[in-house]
Design a binder for this molecule. Structure first.
Ligand code: AMP
Length: 299
């Protein structure tokens, strides 16, 4: 089963206590694809400028990622710069140059329209709706968003949330969206607004899955060295959706395993800059860490 992802394609410049990387490929759509493509074919929709070098993402093409929906426009690619503190949970955005991304107008190629799973990465909710209007009803719609849209485009976001099967948020966003401090109460409120499943990410403290009356919690994989946390959320989502697409099953036991796969692949991603670690990651390394994970959470 295949996956459609619509999101940003960027050239990122990142500084962390372990070093720097300038103009490396990034953005939510590429991070997501570099994780999801381990499990299932991916169709990307995004925009790049004439300066974008496709050589940097050639590994994705080899893993059956379809680039037909990447629109190359006259101008420069979206650029984002960030600096992490010694506490890697703290990040300053140094610059956001939208460039061609400013007028991003997602058009879904005919060949993508029957994609089974749709991941709407964190973009303007009006654009997310535009995507949903262009596709046949998929098996699952998975949505990511952020504070900026929760406060700035609330009505549009509420409409997309109503059409979403699985909403992925971090703890702060869940509180903001519901104006509620207690996360369990916040989760309950969100599940009444449309999504059947809710995932709340808690950074280095893992993630929880809420569905009807059930609750599942997984820790983050215990890593001693995090080199670059950029894209952790999108690679988590890529591993999560990819695993579901590979199994083809949409039920809670599958979602629980998918959370473990998402967390595992995100843990590899943060071991190096950009998604370099995911280029070299072998299937057996991934499975080995998933086994470790099982040992960690079994008692
Ligand atoms: P995360 O670490 O999950 O916050 O994701 C970081 C990625 O988001 C980077 O690769 C950036 O290129 C991308 N990004 C940063 N700002 C934006 C934005 N305003 N819209 C879309 N993507 C962005």
């Amino acid at each position: 089963m295949n996956i459609l992802v619509v999101g940003s394609i960027a050239l990122d410049s990142v500084e962390t206590p372990w070093g720097t990387a300038k103009d490396s490929p990034g953005g939510s759509a590429l991070y997501f694809s570099s994780a999801a493509s381990y499990f299932a074919p991916v169709n990307i929709v995004g925009v790049v400028g004439t300066d974008f070098d496709f050589k940097g993402i050639d590994f994705l093409r080899q893993r059956t990622v379809n680039f037909e929906g990447i629109d190359q426009q006259e101008g420069l690619t979206f650029r984002w710069g960030g600096r992490y503190h010694r506490d890697l949970n703290q990040r300053d955005t140094l610059f956001t140059h939208l460039n061609v991304f400013e007028n991003f107008n997602p058009r879904i190629p005919e060949s993508y329209r029957s994609s089974d799973f749709v991941f709407l990465a964190n973009i303007d909710p009006d654009l997310q709706m535009q995507v949903l209007r262009q596709i046949a009803r998929p098996k699952l719609v998975i949505l990511d968003t952020m504070n900026f849209w929760i406060t700035g485009k609330r009505n549009s976001l509420d409409e997309v949330i109503r059409q979403t099967d699985i909403l992925i948020l971090n703890d702060e966003e869940a509180r903001l969206l519901t104006d509620t401090n207690n996360l369990i109460s916040a989760g309950r409120i969100i599940l009444e607004r449309g999504p059947k499943y809710l995932i709340i990410k808690k950074g280095e403290h893992g993630a929880v899955l809420m569905h009807e009356n059930s609750y599942f919690s997984a820790p983050a994989y215990p890593l001693e060295k995090v080199v670059d946390p950029t894209g952790a959320g999108d690679t988590f989502a890529g591993g999560f959706v990819g695993y579901i697409a590979r199994t083809g099953k949409i039920d809670e036991p599958t979602m629980r395993k998918a959370i473990i796969y998402g967390s595992t692949i995100a843990s590899f991603n943060v071991e190096d800059f950009s998604f370099r670690r995911l280029i070299s990651l072998k299937g057996e390394e991934l499975e080995g860490r998933v086994q470790d994970f099982s040992r960690i959470i079994t008692y």
